[in-house]
Write a protein that binds this ligand. Structure first.
Ligand code: CO
Length: 135
């Protein structure tokens, strides 16, 4: 009885702008569906899954933690960010900056499994996006 992560669903006001944002990450739609019973239009965007894929649970260790800030707004917790594994994170930083996306300071930082950078949710349709280089 194996559970396999099947997809991540992002609500967006319209698909075109959302697909343009994902293009910055090298991602593109491969199928589109209308689901009249749910009153939605669905764009499916394939994405490789890292063999290092994990569900990451985050508990704040200090009131100044960004996770404490998140929980102050959403006490029950919830999805905090999407993370994509990359190599050559410095190249990604340059590429995303050149595309006009906002990278949260201090840019590339130490992360649980290596190095990471975070794209501001306003650059990614309301979703905090992490790029992670696992070492
Ligand atoms: Co993360």
């Amino acid at each position: 009885m194996n559970l396999k992560l099947s997809h991540i669903a992002l609500a967006c006001p319209e698909l075109t702008a959302a697909l343009d944002r994902l293009k910055n990450l090298g991602l593109a739609e491969d199928a589109r569906h209308e689901v009249p019973t749910e009153k939605v239009r669905v764009s499916m965007v394939p994405c490789e899954v890292s063999d290092q894929f994990r569900i990451e649970l985050l508990e704040p260790t200090d009131p100044q933690s960004p996770i404490a800030g998140f929980l102050a707004k959403k006490a029950s917790g919830g999805i905090h960010h999407l993370s994509f594994e990359v190599d050559q994170i410095e190249h990604w930083e340059a590429r995303l900056k050149a595309a006009g996306l906002e990278i949260l300071p201090p840019g590339i930082r130490k992360a649980a499994r290596g190095k990471a950078l975070f794209l501001h949710p306003k650059s990614m349709g309301g979703v905090l996006v992490e790029l992670e280089e696992i070492s």
